[in-house]
Design a protein around this ligand. Structure first.
Ligand SMILES: Cc1cc2nc3c(=O)[nH]c(=O)nc-3n(C[C@H](O)[C@H](O)[C@H](O)COP(=O)(O)O)c2cc1C
Length: 213
């Protein structure tokens, strides 16, 4: 199956089969796919919660306007961005850069340190609103990558913005961890009763979506 076939197979699943669970092995692959997402400066200033606890899903249901995917899915991914970036967050990632690249050919500690100062200048000088907007965008890149990965593995998913972020943050106590919920991805297996799987995809024609210059 080609990637295009997988993308045509994928649809925003509204009804999951509650009897089916994604295996630990596959969840581990989905985590790896998400982990490999690119991000601005390579800092990945977000955390992804993977929720299977039935009681917790039930508590989250009203925060998502009772959309049943929250409770019926196998694994609920919640992309949470940092609320704010502190100097120590950048330092922590730079330690990783040094550690992981130390044995690379042509590795230079100095150039990594100067990368860090450039990053600090750019990120720490953003005003609060701009920084948060920037942080949230990174979650969407990881979301997209995970969705495509799911489709490639014939795992269903539904991207969701229809939820009250402040209420999710409260249920999961995210504020105290400098985190805020950005976007959700329930994953699992489609129910044969989900009528949306039979709908033909509606997409802009290429001549409206693209302009070749
Ligand atoms: C960022 C984002 C947020 C969405 N939020 C919801 C949602 O809260 N509930 C829902 O049922 N579908 C949601 N959708 C699904 C879209 O309605 C769906 O992707 C779109 O109609 C295209 O259909 P397809 O994904 O089945 O091809 C969301 C999609 C995206 C990308």
């Amino acid at each position: 199956m080609s990637l295009i076939d997988s993308l045509n197979w994928r649809y925003a699943t509204t009804k999951f089969d509650t009897s089916k669970t994604i295996s630990d092995n596959e969840i581990d692959k989905l985590k790896e796919i998400t982990k490999l997402s690119p991000s601005s400066w390579g800092f990945q200033f977000y955390k992804v919660l993977v929720i299977t606890d039935k009681k917790l899903k039930q508590r989250l249901l009203p925060t998502a306007y009772n959309q049943s995917q929250i409770v019926d899915c196998s694994h609920l991914f919640i992309f949470c961005s940092y609320r704010s970036v502190f100097e120590h967050d950048i330092d922590q990632m730079i330690v990783e850069f040094h550690r992981i690249r130390a044995n690379d050919q042509n590795y230079s500690k100095e150039s990594t340190d100067s990368y860090a100062s450039g990053a600090k200048k750019s990120i720490l000088n953003m005003n609060e609103a701009k920084q948060l907007e920037w942080l949230k965008k990174q979650c969407y890149i990881a979301l997209g990558q995970l969705m495509v990965g799911c489709a490639d593995m014939r795992i269903d998913s539904c991207p969701m913005e229809g939820f009250k972020s402040d209420e999710v943050d409260e249920v999961l106590d995210l504020n105290s961890q400098n985190l805020t919920s950005v976007v959700l991805l329930p994953t699992g297996y489609r129910s044969s009763e989900d009528k949306y799987q039979h709908k033909t995809k509606v997409r802009k024609p290429k001549n409206l979506l693209f302009e070749d210059k």
